[in-house]
Design a protein around this ligand. Structure first.
Ligand code: XIL
Length: 353
């Protein structure tokens, strides 16, 4: 676990009672995330926010990798008439180049999406597969040489945990769509690490097993699966004791692991807290546990640790109509003003002990 709250409070004191300066302990707050981590630390970003200087400064100071939150999804890129709009995705890629940040692609194929050009071809397997390959080739090819990795297929496992998802891609191509997507991505970008990414892999053992079986089957078939993405949107009522073993199990195949989208909403839990401060401390403990579990992985398997946003005000969980929405969800490491929260201290503490 990270430093106890008492130690964190003390860490801020630069003077002793007699007024003499004391050596400031190497505290979390004097560090940045990327200084603390011996692996890349990432954040999901929105193209529209990059023009906010406070946001951009905080992002570049603490993170060394960025994932477009929506801009590389097919609903942003693929237009009704079949043409592509890369303007938003390109803006993020250019920002990454300008600031020397790694770019992580998210996501080529997502069951939630139902783009009209694909929908029109359901029933025409040859035509659908041609578009499928060319779409993936176009998107992955555009950032080839820059993107360090891609979520090739997002959330392939059903929420129930015991079966795979449907969706327009599965409807048209059957489950072959998963392997085909990886092959097309590999062809377009031979260097990027290709990920299968999913959620609830910590707390739902059944879903984790189904996910790992799918990974094994893909590897057996020679599909170029190169990494495992665990989104880690973690509820505060998750038993922290499950996180370490789940992480180790996910790492059991020997593939690199990406904690790809972590956030921890303060109000999603069916837990009764006495105060906001208690919530923030519970959040910090859970973040510390996750950070520690990731840190404990073999070095070569630590691909990156990414949060789904930068400041609380940027979080999708603060936007109405999101599952888990709450106006004070505040699930990230930095508050609305960009100040580090107890969760930040816990994460840095886990990486610098
Ligand atoms: C979310 C974005 O954060 C929202 O802005 C958007 O409205 C819906 O998608 N898992 C994923 C991400 O893999 O793509 C989702 O992002 C969050 C859950």
């Amino acid at each position: 676990m990270a430093a106890a709250p008492a130690a964190l409070a003390l860490a801020g004191c630069a003077r002793e009672a007699d007024g003499q300066p004391v050596t400031r302990p190497a505290t979390a707050r004097s560090s940045t995330l990327k200084q603390a981590a011996p692996f890349p630390v990432g954040a999901a970003v929105g193209a529209d926010r990059l023009d906010d200087p406070a946001y951009a400064e905080l992002l570049v100071r603490h993170f060394d990798q960025i994932t477009p939150e929506n801009e590389m999804k097919s609903w942003m890129i693929l237009q009704e008439d079949g043409s592509s709009d890369f303007s938003h995705a390109d803006k993020i890629a250019a920002f990454a180049r300008r600031h020397g940040l790694r770019l992580f692609g998210h996501t080529l194929i997502y069951y939630q999406e139902d783009p009209a050009p694909f929908r029109r071809l359901v029933g025409d397997r040859t035509g659908f597969e041609r578009l499928f390959r060319s779409y993936i080739g176009q998107v992955a090819g555009r950032y080839a040489g820059q993107a360090v990795g891609w979520d090739v297929v997002n959330e392939a496992v059903h929420d129930d945990g015991d079966r795979l998802r449907g969706g327009v891609f599965q409807e048209a191509l059957g489950l072959d769509y998963i392997g085909l997507a990886f092959e097309a991505a590999r062809e377009a970008d031979p260097q990027a690490v290709l990920f299968l990414n999913d959620y609830k892999l910590e707390r739902d053992a059944t879903k984790r097993r189904t996910f790992l079986r799918l990974c094994e089957a893909l590897l057996r078939d020679g599909v170029p699966l190169g990494g495992i993405g665990t989104q880690s949107h973690i509820d505060l009522d998750t038993d922290p004791a499950v996180i370490g073993p789940a992480m180790r199990e996910l790492a059991g195949l020997g593939l690199p692991i990406h904690v790809s989208e972590t956030d921890m909403g303060l109000y999603s839990a069916r837990l009764d807290f006495r105060s906001e401060r208690d919530r923030l401390e519970a959040q910090a403990r859970m973040y510390g546990t996750l950070a520690e579990a990731f840190f404990a992985l073999p070095e070569r398997q630590r691909f990156a640790f990414s949060t789904w946003g930068v400041r609380d005000q940027d979080s999708w969980l603060r936007r109405p109509r999101t599952d888990g929405y709450h106006p004070r969800a505040n699930p990230l490491l930095f508050d609305d003003a960009g100040a580090p929260k107890p969760a930040f201290d816990a994460v840095v503490g886990a990486w610098t002990r």
